[in-house]
Every structure is written in structure tokens, then in C-alpha cells.
Design a protein around this ligand. Structure first.
Ligand SMILES: C[S@@+](CC[C@H](N)C(=O)[O-])C[C@H]1O[C@@H](n2cnc3c(N)ncnc32)[C@H](O)[C@@H]1O
Length: 527
């Protein structure tokens, strides 16, 4: 027996009511501690410091991804919280076939409220190691990981620091980095340009992984293709050999206790210059990994060679490859169709003085996603929460586009939405207006800033609403955001194919089955 709640004081902060008998209990204790901590603090408080704690099953899964046997394990746990990740890894190392001779944990944590729990966890790890005859040392650094890590960086971001860590395990804080903060300045001075703390933590964690050392992280999956994470992706893929990416099918599952809505990924990489030709992709329904489905795919299917954006494609399903191939064999690019796609220019809070609830003389339609209905724009909306109109004047001229046929898509979809991508037609014959404003939450397809030929607009809307494209977006863009860049990079049916597809649209879009069958017919016929 390692400790008894009646005789040992070290578990006090965890409020763990169980008696530790096996090493498996350590994570049970930490889970209990997380519940105690979550009850004692508000969700808003935790959210403000990006604090979403890893439940035991996920911590264990993450620990299980480490592969190497080492004699001296040096673990880095940046943003350690209650220390569940360090504990899971200690448990894993101890119970492995070749346990190390010593384990050292360096844990960074800035939240003083959680610190007692972290100390207790370290004490429990010490006891586990003592039982197993393994030397143990822990250092809890109650300081900002970013500043400390930048100070430890070897020369140049890609240099190797041979005194660094054999195991880096992290669930970093998720928080935007404000441009004016000290954090931003420190990072920029070190050459680390990223807009979210989680990417900075992973980036620095990878830099502090020793040659041959391993890193396992759970993060939002937004970095896989967001335009703001391009530098981060490049840096990460330059530093580590990506070995495994795990995704969750349900967006809420990973952090169900905190109802975190981000989609998460767990990845495992090895600090090395060598690149394997394959990578493991796995999916589980949630935090129960018993239904996990794994496959080994060519690395070049995940990160397409010469892709200037270095997108990381998460092929969650078996048909991922087929969907990708189907889309990539489409004949046209947007420029070849004489089309482009842009984000709506009206940022409503900046144009507040020009917005009107209802149309009135001197105004033109202002279109928000709430105006999307059955494949078309329905305008104006009675009792809409959003304004229906914007003043047309010299001062708003640059925000408006000339009236014409446009195809619009939402940039963000709600979590419960059935489709990732929805295309609707702005039909100028339904609104009497010389110009129109598109709000910033939507993207609009145009031809050199003007409307599209009506048939092309109809065909494009059919294509955008197909199940195939939806599946493609689910693979390619894990998160719920569809950026203009994503749409610009894709391939499209040819103009002739689009015109065929457009013939299906009358006063509304055809139903899903019809859209899918006509797409298959038209695109395989000409392709
Ligand atoms: C997402 S939580 C994860 C906690 C823990 N690793 C886990 O998996 O349960 C991130 C933790 O990072 C801490 N944190 C936030 N900013 C930090 C910083 N600049 N330096 C060190 N820790 C930080 C938060 O207090 C929080 O406990």
C-alpha cells in the first residue's frame, strides 16, 4: 500500500477519499481532485486562464503514446494544472517493460489556486517511484512557462539542447495572445509568431525536447489548417517527426466535464530530422478508447508535399482518401473559372453608425448568415436580431459591392449544425438595390468584385451543398470555420459542369439526394 488517507497527509489537497493500493489509483485521486477544484472555482475563472483539465482516461491514453525506453527520464509538463499528465506518464514509465532508473519532472504552473493539488500529485508520484525503486525528483516552477522556456532556448529555434527533456507532455492553456502583451513581445523576439498561447506552448515544448525525445500534446485542432497557424505548423513539422494524430468524433467528449466545445487532437512526435513515410491516424468516439479505430497512412496524404500552407489533413474516416482524390481530380481552380472568394467586408461593430434595422431610403441590403434560407438569401427579415440594411454613401462605398448574383457561405457553423459548409445564392432579382453589403461572418464568391453569371452561381451553389464537399471539409478542416483561403485552395467542377449543375436550381435548391446524384453524374461524365 502506498498511502492511506488516515495516515498520510500528502493527499489532503486532492480530497481523495480512496486508499491508494495500486498505481492505477493515482489517476483516480487526481480525477477526484479535479472535480473538487472545478467545484471550488468558476468556469469563467478557469476559462479566463485557459484552464481545462485533462481527465484520467485521456491522460493515460496520452502517456501510452510515448514509445522510447530511457534510463533517465526527464519530463516537462508546461501548464501542469493538477499534474494529471505527469502522473499518467510516471505511472506508464514505471509499469513499462524497462522502467527508467530515475524520473525527473519539471512542471510549470502559474495558478496559485491549483498549486496545492499539483504538489500533492508530485508527492504521490514520488511515492510510486519509491515503491518501484526508481529515483525521483520534481521541480514545480510557479512561473510563466513562456518566459522561462524562451530563456532556455538553444541557439536558433531549430538548435538542439542536449540537456533538455526526453518526454514533453502537455495540455496547454487555450488563450488568444494579445498583440500588446509582454508574452507577445517575448515570443516575437524569439521568432515565435503565433496568435494563441497553446501553439506557443507546443512550439516551445518541441524546442525543449531533446534529440530522439518525444512530445505528446492535446490541443484544439484549429492549428491543422487555420491560416493563422501556418508558421506554427511549419515549425512543428520542422522540429518533430509526426508519428500519430488522434481525433475525437464528438466535439464535446474530450473535456466533457468542462463542456469545452473545441475540437481536440492529440498528437505524438519525435524530435528528429528523420521523417517516417507513414503516420498513424486514430479516432475514438470520446474519452473511452475501447472503440478506437487506427490506421497507418502515407505521410504525404496528411501533409501534401509542396503545399505552401502545410495543411495537416486529418482523415478521420476510411473514405477520406477517396474523398480527397475525388475533389483533387476536379478540373478547375477558381481563377480558371474567373472567380474569387472573399470575406464579407462589413464588420458590423465598426460600421455601427451606418446600420439600420430595416431598409429605408438611402440604404441597401446588408446580408448576414441569418438571411440564408433554402439555398437563397431571404431579405429583409422581420424581427431579425441583426440589421437588415446599411446606409449607402461615400463613407460606406468601399464596404459594398455592386448588385449581382453572388454565392455566399457561412464562415462559422454552429456545433449542432448538420453541415459544415452551406452555400446560398444572392439573387439580385429578389431585392431592389443597386449595391449590397456582405457582413464579415460570411464569404462571398464573385467575379473580379462583381456578380457571377446566374447559371454559374446556381451550379456553384449546388456543388457547395453536396455531401461530398461536406465530407471533404470535415476531413480537411476539422474545426467549424471555413475560411476564404480554404475555399480558394480547393478544386471545382469546370464551367460546363457548373452550368449543368445549375440547371437543377429553380426557385430553391434540389434536395440532398438529388444534389448528390446529379453531381456524381455530371462530374464523372465529363471527368
Ligand atoms: C489547459 S490547462 C491544463 C492543465 C493540465 N496540464 C491538465 O492537462 O489537466 C493549462 C494550465 O496552464 C496554466 N497556465 C496558463 N498560463 C500559463 C503560463 N503562462 N505558464 C504556466 N502555466 C500556465 C493554467 O493555469 C492551467 O492550469
Amino acid at each position: 500500500m502506498i498511502r492511506d488517507k488516515n495516515t498520510a497527509s500528502s493527499g489532503a489537497a486532492h480530497g481523495c477519499q480512496s486508499v491508494l493500493r495500486t498505481d492505477a489509483d493515482i489517476l483516480f485521486c487526481i480525477d477526484e481532485a479535479q472535480k473538487v477544484f472545478s467545484r471550488a472555482t468558476s468556469r469563467a475563472e478557469r476559462s479566463s486562464i485557459g484552464q481545462f483539465l485533462t481527465p484520467a482516461p485521456i491522460a493515460r491514453f496520452m502517456a501510452s503514446l510515448f514509445e522510447n525506453n530511457v534510463t533517465v527520464a526527464r519530463i516537462l509538463d508546461p501548464g501542469a494544472g493538477t499534474g494529471s499528465l505527469s502522473a499518467a506518464l510516471t505511472e506508464q514509465l514505471i509499469s513499462g517493460p524497462q522502467p527508467p532508473e530515475s524520473i525527473e519532472i519539471v512542471a510549470y504552473e502559474t495558478d496559485q489556486n491549483i498549486a496545492p493539488h499539483l504538489e500533492t500529485t508530485m508527492e504521490l508520484c514520488r511515492q510510486l517511484c519509491a515503491e518501484a525503486g526508481i529515483a525521483f525528483r520534481e521541480t514545480i516552477r510557479r512561473e510563466d512557462f513562456i518566459s522561462a522556456a524562451v530563456a532556455q532556448l538553444p541557439d536558433g529555434l531549430f538548435g538542439m539542447n542536449h540537456d533538455s527533456f526526453t518526454h514533453v507532455i502537455l495540455n496547454p492553456p487555450y488563450k488568444k495572445i494579445n498583440g500588446e502583451t509582454q508574452t507577445h513581445r517575448i515570443l516575437r523576439a524569439a521568432g515565435i509568431e503565433t496568435s494563441n498561447l497553446y501553439a506557443a506552448f507546443v512550439w516551445l515544448g518541441a524546442c525543449l525536447t531533446c534529440p530522439g525525445g518525444e512530445i505528446v500534446a492535446i490541443t484544439p485542432r484549429s492549428f491543422c489548417n487555420g491560416p493563422y497557424f501556418r508558421r506554427f505548423r511549419k515549425a512543428l513539422l520542422g522540429l518533430v517527426d509526426l508519428r500519430h494524430i488522434h481525433t475525437f468524433e464528438s466535439r464535446k467528449e474530450a473535456f466533457a466535464d468542462d463542456s469545452v466545445l473545441q475540437e481536440n487532437v492529440i498528437f505524438h512526435g519525435i524530435r528528429s530530422e528523420h521523417r517516417h513515410s507513414t503516420v498513424k491516424i486514430s479516432v475514438s468516439g470520446g474519452r473511452d478508447f475501447s472503440d478506437m479505430w487506427v490506421r497507418e497512412v502515407p505521410f504525404q496524404d496528411v501533409v501534401v508535399p509542396d503545399d505552401p500552407d502545410t495543411f495537416i489533413h486529418l482523415m478521420a474516416r476510411d473514405d477520406g482518401r477517396q474523398v480527397m482524390e475525388w475533389i483533387s481530380q476536379l478540373p478547375a481552380t477558381l481563377p480558371q473559372l474567373d472567380l474569387d472568394v472573399s470575406t464579407g467586408r462589413v464588420v458590423d461593430f465598426r460600421a455601427r453608425e451606418f446600420l439600420r434595422k430595416d431598409p429605408e431610403p438611402g440604404t441597401v441590403p446588408l446580408i448576414y448568415p441569418c438571411h440564408f434560407e433554402n439555398g437563397f438569401v431571404r431579405w429583409p427579415l422581420q424581427d431579425a436580431k441583426k440589421p437588415n440594411a446599411i446606409v449607402s454613401s461615400d463613407r460606406t462605398e468601399s464596404l459594398l459591392v455592386p448588385s449581382g448574383y453572388y454565392v455566399l457561405t457561412r464562415r462559422f457553423t454552429a456545433k449542432e449544425e448538420r453541415r459544415r459548409i452551406v452555400g446560398v445564392i444572392y439573387d439580385p432579382t429578389r431585392m431592389e438595390a443597386r449595391r449590397v453589403g456582405f457582413e464579415n461572418h460570411l464569404n462571398y464568391f464573385h467575379s473580379k468584385g462583381r456578380g457571377l453569371p446566374p447559371d454559374l452561381a446556381r451550379g456553384l451553389a449546388v456543388f457547395l451543398n453536396s455531401s461530398l464537399l461536406d465530407r471533404y471539409f470535415r476531413l480537411f478542416s476539422g474545426h467549424t470555420q471555413v475560411n476564404a483561403t480554404d475555399l480558394r485552395k480547393m478544386r471545382y467542377p469546370s464551367r460546363e459542369q457548373m452550368l449543368h449543375l445549375g440547371q437543377e436550381v429553380k426557385t430553391s435548391l434540389p434536395d440532398q439526394q438529388r444534389i448528390d446524384s446529379v453531381l456524381e453524374k455530371v462530374c464523372s461524365k465529363d471527368g
